[in-house]
Design a protein around this ligand. Structure first.
Ligand code: NAD
Ligand code: UDX
Length: 474
């Protein structure tokens, strides 16, 4: 039997969408383990510690209940990185790995500066033997960089000061909006590594609530690469179905019927075949571009081109929606009020990173539109950051359009020429279409990019409707 190290204290570097929920679930499942989640961002930590649970930095169904139960019991949020690292038996690195914006590899490669700076702190402050787990999504061979950084400070002989490390990869597969359920009931847990004792120690944490047959052990590089490939495959399905949505609109085929037909084939499967306004989120595009960069680095240019086309189709899908809206509204949206429903990149999250709404809103603003934006979880400050312009409800002839935020959806649609549904929030499924129609300027249009509304009810109320993958319905 392989021995394992008894884990009493965990540190997680990075209190974001992965670090916060993941550690909350570990703390919930392992009440004998003290879990410290630390971050360099004071504001984020303050929000995690806020008494008002509506102010948590991450909105996830089920998260606030765990925070309420575990915070300051065995789950702690702090900026004291030094103390948390020194006390830890195991350290999860869940810092951001965005696409590099400039320099070598710009536009494709993952920026590993946050990984490097956090590992340097681990090297500096750790005490005794520490297991370091890559939770962040990283390019293949990052574990080698981490090992090199840590090996540079390893001290093996002096019993008081001895510092040693084991490096594992255990990428996270949670999806936002269902993170707690994904963490509690994952399809699989991946552990990549060489050190059996460290692997067993990590397994012992997960196996408190996850059946051992779901815990897959691989070598480091397979684990790192599997995460990138997993996201690339999921995104590829979305680009595939989105490309077909345009063909459906031209031919009279209906995208939901095509999705269902192909998904019923067990070899294809039904998930991730929902056409939409293009995938968003902080992961898909970044991870495919990272894969493309790796392929190019290893001279596999055809493979790189193949995967890059998944991102190209995604950009194309957003553009074609903006163009179609302008064309439909008599080729101009200048000074026209358009209600944009949904700003997060998917339902049940307050995350807006790479949301299709940002790109479509920017296109319409460039065309002079007056946007009224509604979202149940995203606040106007976030919208301002994403659009890069201040909120301003007063349209100015010389401006490139303007936007304002509405908490009340029915206020947002008042005098609007069109409504665009961009996020599949449940709130948008059953709206009072008669009231909405009476509030809008005529002809009143609705563009449903998520196919969530009752088309019959909207048409009956008098609205003109375009639905993604079906086209103009009346
Ligand atoms: P995030 O931006 O929400 O959080 C990252 C946090 O790390 C930030 O709060 C940042 O301040 C902190 N940080 C940066 N450098 C630090 C340091 N040296 N020490 C301590 N904290 C530091 O990012 P996220 O969405 O949680 O993603 C984290 C990683 O997990 C990324 O690699 C991402 O690709 C991957 N991932 C994300 C998701 C997701 O759904 N968001 C899912 C799976 C994997
Ligand atoms: C994704 C992966 O699913 C997850 O495993 C990984 O850990 C992180 O990246 P996430 O981006 O949070 O998760 O959400 P996901 O549900 O994958 O949706 C991503 C985007 O694709 C969203 O904009 C969503 O609206 C879109 N999507 C998803 C579709 O358009 N159609 C679908 O069928 C599924």
């Amino acid at each position: 039997m392989v021995k394992s190290k008894k884990i009493k204290n965990i540190c997680c570097l990075g209190a974001g969408y992965v670090g916060g929920p993941t550690m909350a679930v570990i703390a919930d499942k392992c009440e004998d383990i003290h879990v410290n989640v630390v971050d360099i961002c004071e504001k984020r930590i303050e929000s995690w510690n806020n008494d008002n649970l509506d102010k948590l930095p991450v909105y996830e169904p089920g998260l606030r209940e765990i925070i309420l139960k575990k915070r300051n019991i065995n789950l702690f949020f702090s900026t004291n990185i030094k103390e948390a690292i020194s006390a830890a038996d195991i350290i999860f690195v869940a810092v951001n790995t965005p696409t590099k914006l400039d320099g070598f590899g710009a536009g494709y490669a993952s920026d590993l500066k946050y990984v490097e700076s956090s590992i340097r702190k681990v090297a500096q402050y750790s005490v005794g033997h520490t297991i370091v787990v890559e939770k962040s999504t990283v390019p293949v061979k990052t574990a080698k960089i981490i090992k090199d950084l840590l090996n540079a400070v390893e001290v093996r002989n002096d019993s008081n000061l001895s510092k040693t490390f084991s490096v594992l990869s255990s990428p996270e597969f949670l999806a936002e909006g269902s993170a707690i359920n994904d963490l509690e009931n994952p399809d699989r847990i991946l552990i990549g590594g060489e050190d059996e004792l460290a692997i067993e120690s990590l397994k012992n944490i997960y196996s408190r609530w996850i059946p051992t047959e779901k815990i897959l052990v691989t070598n480091l590089w397979s684990s790192e690469l599997s995460k990138l490939v997993s996201n690339a495959f999921l995104a590829q399905r979305i680009s595939s179905i989105n490309s077909i949505s345009a063909l459906c609109e031209k031919t009279g085929a209906k995208i939901n019927q095509v999705s269902k037909s192909i998904g019923l084939d067990n070899r294809v499967g039904s998930k991730f075949l929902k056409a939409g306004p293009a995938f968003g989120g902080s992961c898909f595009q970044k991870d495919i571009l990272s894969l493309v960069y790796l392929c190019k680095y290893y001279g596999l240019n055809d493979v790189a081109e193949y995967w890059e086309s998944v991102v190209s189709i995604n950009n194309w899908q957003r553009n074609r929606i903006s163009n179609l809206i302008v064309e439909t509204l008599f080729n101009t949206v200048s000074s026209k009020k358009i209600a944009l429903l949904g700003f997060s990149y998917k339902a049940n999250t307050n995350d807006t990173r790479e949301s299709a709404s940002i790109f479509i809103a920017k296109d319409l603003l460039k065309n002079g539109a007056v946007l009224s934006i509604h979202d149940p979880q995203v606040n106007p400050k976030q919208i301002k950051n994403e659009l890069g312009i201040e909120e301003n409800e007063n349209y100015n002839e010389n401006s490139e359009g303007c936007w304002s935020y509405f908490q009340n959806l029915y206020e947002a649609v008042k005098n609007a020429d069109a409504i665009i549904i961009l996020t599949e929030w449940e709130d948008y499924e059953n709206l009072d279409w008669q009231l909405i129609y009476s509030l809008m300027r005529k002809p009143a249009w609705i563009f449903d990019t998520r196919s969530i509304i009752s088309s019959k009810a909207a048409i009956k109320a008098g609205l003109k409707l375009w639905e993604l993958g079906k086209g103009y319905l009346n």
